[in-house]
Ligand binder design. Structure first.
Ligand code: ITT
Length: 197
């Protein structure tokens, strides 16, 4: 079985990804590696940040690893907050403040179309591979639901009448940006390990 270290400080991401890679791949966390570093992400694209986060770990430990960088792109705001989603309302990375800022910016807006986009950077045997996942939807006018994390209470995926925070993790994972990117990662790893045998 593949063993990969997930270069993230976000435990929700670990749970979502772990549940999709079950049986194929064992995921180790930064904590298991004794890494408490605040891993830098100072690029202006999701691809750049994802790559930076996985390379940071690879350069330090030489391990097979991956990272996820995600942004919420709102059409009426020209793609904002995008790559700046985590710190939208300031350095505290506070999801409540981020959602409040976004809801305020969209106050009265009729175009509420948005999408989540995830880029995963995998480094395996020293080579990097990128995988993208996108889910389209809209920004609600107020928060709904308690599950999930980040912007989930105000994002409603297309074809659903519930927010991401009202879906179970399995329901979210089946259609989400991250779920879709991880499906590509899964297919790649399966193929890769078969070819290596
Ligand atoms: P790492 O960089 O340590 O992986 P992070 O939470 O900082 O964790 P990102 O930079 O990728 O992760 O996240 C950007 C922002 O988007 C951050 O505020 C998240 O809470 C939010 N976000 C990411 N994935 C999300 C999801 O599936 N649902 C809702 N919000 C999400």
């Amino acid at each position: 079985m593949n063993e990969l270290v997930f270069s993230t400080n976000n435990q929700h991401k670990v749970e979502e990804v772990q549940s999709k890679l079950q049986g194929l791949c064992k995921i180790h966390t930064l904590a298991e590696y004794g890494c408490t570093d605040d891993i830098p992400e100072d690029h202006d694209t999701l691809e750049g940040n994802a790559s930076q986060k996985s390379h940071y770990l690879f350069d330090k430990y030489g391990c097979d690893c991956f990272s996820d960088d995600t942004g919420l792109e709102v059409e009426a705001l020209g793609g904002e907050p995008g790559v700046y989603s985590a710190r939208y309302a300031g350095e505290a990375k506070d999801p409540e403040a981020n959602m409040a800022k976004l809801l305020q910016k969209l106050n009265g807006a009729s175009n509420r179309k948005a999408r989540f986009r995830t880029v995963i950077s995998l480094i395996i045997d020293g080579e990097e591979h990128l995988f993208e996942g996108i889910v389209n939807g809209k920004i609600l006018t107020e928060k709904h639901g308690e599950k999930g994390f980040g912007y989930d209470p105000i994002f409603q995926p297309e074809g659903y009448d519930r927010s991401f925070a009202e879906l179970t993790m399995e329901e979210k994972n089946a259609i989400s940006h991250r779920g879709r990117a991880v499906e590509k990662l899964y297919a790649f790893l399966k193929d890769y390990s078969q070819k290596k045998q």
